[in-house]
Design a protein around this ligand. Structure first.
Ligand code: BG6
Ligand code: MG
Length: 220
């Protein structure tokens, strides 16, 4: 028997593909301001907070705080316009089934997202009620790769970090999970999630029984 009691999911890139919307929103801001920004640049922003994303987009250009705030507000307005179109059909393949199977096994479910829009995304996807605890961009000060958010969610779930599995598509998220002793499942490109304990192309490739057997065999 595995001692795993909780699964903690990242949101963007694991449950739904909002990374494209983040890209489109940053790109519009960058174009309007004459700042160079490519899709490759955007890949490096996965899992990174809104402020840190802007600082990276500015590539060392120093601006007054009020200007940074204005840019972040504009990007968020562009992003939220995309979110308004989000429906349950935007759940990535296999996610609804995997969440249901885990719940049926008595595994607690948590969300650990850097996004301040996470609750709205979950509501629009129609899965907010599936989670026993929701950690988002408002929950802690230190963002991923700091372990704080996942530890916060584990606390809310009443489960020790060592009994949690994290599902993440970002390098910063895998680092955060490992830092607090959680088993890390990397979703997607191995160049981003290569440090994970297990890597799969998407949630649709996960088999709950296989995963739990693998966890039961693990030596701590
Ligand atoms: C993460 C995304 O989930 O949330 C990042 O991967 C994003 O791309 C971050 O910057 C913050 O999101 P938001 O919605 O608070 O701007
Ligand atoms: Mg992500």
């Amino acid at each position: 028997m595995s001692d795993i009691s909780a699964f903690i999911f990242d949101l963007d890139g694991v449950i739904t593909d909002t990374a494209e919307y983040h890209y489109q929103a940053w790109k519009r801001l960058a174009d309007e301001e004459g700042l160079p920004f490519t899709r490759a640049d955007n890949e490096a922003l996965r899992g990174v907070s809104r402020r840190e994303s802007l600082l990276r987009l500015l590539k060392g250009k120093v601006l007054p705080e009020a200007q940074l705030e204005a840019y972040m507000a504009r990007k968020n307005a562009y992003y939220r316009a995309f979110l308004a179109q989000l429906t349950p059909a935007d759940l990535l393949e296999g996610v609804a089934e995997f969440l249901a199977q885990a719940r049926a096994r008595g595994i607690k479910l948590g969300l650990g997202s850097a996004s301040k829009n996470a609750r709205e995304v979950l509501n629009n996807l129609g899965i907010a009620d599936q989670f026993d605890a929701i950690g988002d961009g408002y929950s802690v000060s230190r963002t991923k790769p700091a372990p704080d958010l996942f530890v916060w969610v584990a606390g809310r779930l009443n489960v020790p970090p060592a009994q949690c599995v994290v599902f993440e598509d970002a390098e910063a998220g895998i680092a955060a999970a490992r830092e607090c002793g959680m088993y890390a499942v990397g979703i997607g490109d191995p160049t981003r999630v290569g440090a994970a304990d297990l890597i799969v192309p998407s949630v649709a490739h996960l088999q709950l029984d296989d995963l739990l057997s693998r966890l039961a065999l693990r030596t701590h």
